[in-house]
Design a protein around this ligand. Structure first.
Ligand code: PYL
Length: 282
């Protein structure tokens, strides 16, 4: 997982309304709409419940430390989709205590390895990598007019790519996976076979797979992985990976058939995932 920088996220809060417009044009759904679809929650239900919740976001100094603006940006995304949010004044254990004292229903916190939303009452948690993969798979499906029985290529078999693969299999897609490390592809294919009783295709040559696929999830932290020559007028790309795997030429060729953001879809989906713990069946 790429560690974000202040630079990556500095304009997110100010541009959330514009981002909603962009997502709606591309997919027919707002950020909240995509997140609710990805989490399997009716948007009206989320709207009703979320206004009475409070999310507490706790800065963590552990590991490589605070990312300037990270917690505030997370809070702005959570609030944008309709759930009140606060960033604790204190970090670490004092921040966790503060979130409890302020009666936060959901507590969000990230270090260099994990970013989670904890619902202490039910002892459950939502994971950002899983939410991000599912959110971007859902976004690709909405942007591409549905992916049932369609061939989809997932590049990168880490936690985000794995979650995207799982979501795509559940959507009925024929999924091919590629990872620079073949054993990660093998592991993911085995997990999918065991958990979903589904067979997925392991790709060994990325160039051929890019030629063969119109729908692509780029869940890698690698730049320039999808060159412009592989982009056709039918190519749709959903790219949770940072940095984006398309250079400027590829980006202008794919034009508006691209979903890419560093935090928004993942945080929104994780928030709806966490809210599900409050539902009777959650
Ligand atoms: C959560 C993001 C998604 C992509 N990369 C992940 C990342 O940057 N992780 C590091 C988050 C560290 C946050 C820091 C803070 O400001 O509280 N501990």
């Amino acid at each position: 997982m790429t560690r974000l920088t202040t630079n990556d996220i500095q304009h997110i809060a100010a541009q959330l309304a514009d981002y909603d417009t962009e997502l709606t044009k591309k997919t027919g759904y707002s950020l909240r709409g995509i997140a609710c679809r990805a989490a399997g929650v009716q948007e009206s239900e989320f709207e009703k419940m979320s206004a009475d919740l409070l999310a507490g976001i706790v800065p963590l100094t552990f590991g490589r430390g605070i990312i300037g603006g990270f917690c505030d940006t997370v809070a702005s995304i959570v609030a944008h989709i309709g759930c009140p949010a606060l960033v604790t004044q204190f970090a670490d254990v004092a921040g966790l205590a503060e979130a409890f004292e302020k009666k936060a229903d959901i507590i969000m916190l990230a270090d260099d390895d994990r970013f989670v939303a904890i619902h202490p009452q039910s002892r459950q948690l939502a994971d950002n990598a899983a939410a991000t993969g599912r959110g971007f798979a859902t976004g690709l499906s909405l942007m591409g007019g549905g992916l049932e029985k369609k061939n989809v290529l997932v590049i990168g078999c880490g936690p985000v790519g794995s979650a995207a693969t799982q979501a795509l299999v559940k959507l009925g897609s024929d999924v091919s996976i590629y990872d620079i490390n073949l054993s990660r592809s093998d592991d993911l294919a085995n997990r999918i076979r065991q958990s979903l009783d589904a067979k997925i295709n392991i790709v060994k040559k990325l160039e051929q797979a890019l030629t063969d696929h119109q729908f692509i999830v780029d869940a890698t932290p690698a730049a320039d992985i999808i060159p412009a020559e592989y982009i056709t007028p039918d190519t749709y790309i959903s790219a949770p990976g940072v940095p984006l795997g398309l250079n400027q030429e590829a980006r202008s060729k794919v034009f508006d058939r691209l979903l890419h953001d560093p935090l928004q879809i993942g945080v929104a989906t994780m928030t709806v995932d966490a809210m599900k713990f409050l539902l009777p069946e959650g």
